[in-house]
Each structure stands twice: as structure tokens, then as C-alpha cells.
Design a protein around this ligand. Structure first.
Ligand code: V0V
Ligand code: CO
Length: 142
């Protein structure tokens, strides 16, 4: 059911500074930068690898304000690992299956994610303390 690790989301105070750090330290490159008002973030995707199931990325997240998921996370826990995102072939099917197992879905329907993806979050308290995101990528050009 899971295709790959799509990305790891890392909360930070200053996106530009953190991008520069990751580029200098790991030699990774920014492939996308977006503001997502619905999710309350300014974010960047840094490419790590490509596999059969699609690409994998580091997602750096800066909150748009204190009263957002990442803003609250930073206030409570400080900078660091915020979520892990798994690629799935069909997000609605995955939500139905996982929701049916008793895990709370934080989204009733898929939302817009980075780079044209559809995303949905699972409650961290039901996934062993890990905020978990499901990602369906748009079809790749053949
Ligand atoms: C909160 N908790 C976490 C957590 N955030 N645990 C693990 N990882 C996290 N990131 C814990 C927190 O310590 C509390 O536990 C409990 O959950 C309730 O947290 P809270 O501080 O009261 O905060 P809430 O309930 O207001 O919100 C927490 C949730 C919220 C997870 C429900 O952040 C949410 O809906 N997140 C989903 C959307 C999101 O994160 N968007 C930003 C990424 P204790 O202390 O009570 O034990 S956007 C993105 O990834 C995009 C756009 C993409 O394309 O990929
Ligand atoms: Co994410």
C-alpha cells in the first residue's frame, strides 16, 4: 500500500537559512517553493532521490503565524522533525482503509500539497506519536 517515503517534514524558524544549511551540508537542491495558506506554511522541497514509486524529498516548513500547526509545534517543541509522509497510489482508498482501522484522520477529504500532490494527515496520537501524512502524486509525464 505504501510506495515510498515521499518526504520528511522539518519545522524551522527561518526557511531561507535552513535551505542554505541543507544545501551546504547535504548537497541537496530546492525543486519547489510554495506558500500553502490552508496549511499555514511557507515550504521548500529539496530533492533527495528518485525511485520507481517517485521522488523523495526533505520538506522544510516555516509557519505563516503562531496559530498554525507548525507555529504551535515550534512554540511547544522547537525546531526539528515535524512529520513523515508516505507515497500512496490512491489517497482516498488509503484514507478509507486506514481510517477504517481506527486511526483518526485529520482531514475528511484530500487537501492540496506541494508540487500538485493530494495530501491527508493522520493523528500523531494514533500513530505512536508520529504525525503522518499520506501523499498521492500527480501522474508523471510519460
Ligand atoms: C502535535 N503533536 C504532535 C505533533 N503536533 N506529535 C507529533 N508530531 C507532531 N508534529 C502532539 C502534541 O504534542 C500533543 O500531545 C497533541 O499532539 C495535540 O497537539 P496540540 O499541540 O494540542 O496541537 P493541536 O491538537 O492543535 O494540533 C496537532 C495536530 C495539527 C497534529 C492535530 O498540527 C494538525 O492538524 N496537523 C496537520 C496539518 C499540518 O501539520 N500541516 C503542516 C504541514 P500532548 O502534548 O497532548 O501529549 S503542511 C505539509 O506537510 C504540506 C503542505 C505538504 O505538501 O506536505
Ligand atoms: Co508534508
Amino acid at each position: 500500500m505504501l510506495l515510498r517515503i515521499d518526504h520528511v517534514g522539518i519545522a524551522c524558524e527561518n526557511l531561507d537559512e535552513k535551505i542554505a544549511y541543507y544545501e551546504a551540508t547535504f548537497g541537496v537542491t530546492v525543486v519547489s517553493r510554495e506558500v500553502n495558506e490552508e496549511q499555514g506554511v511557507k515550504e521548500a522541497m529539496l530533492h533527495v532521490a528518485d525511485g520507481e514509486g517517485g521522488g523523495s524529498y526533505i520538506q522544510l516548513l516555516e509557519p505563516l503565524g503562531p496559530d498554525t500547526p507548525v507555529g504551535k509545534f515550534l512554540a511547544k517543541r522547537g525546531e526539528g522533525l515535524h512529520h513523515i509522509a508516505y507515497g500512496v497510489p490512491d489517497i482516498e482508498a488509503a484514507m478509507e482503509r486506514i481510517g477504517g482501522s481506527g486511526v483518526r484522520l485529520l482531514d475528511e477529504r484530500p487537501r492540496h500539497g506541494a508540487m500538485g500532490t493530494s495530501i491527508a494527515f493522520l493523528h500523531p496520537k494514533d500513530v505512536g506519536g508520529v504525525l503522518t501524512e499520506l501523499v498521492e502524486s500527480p501522474p508523471r509525464p510519460s
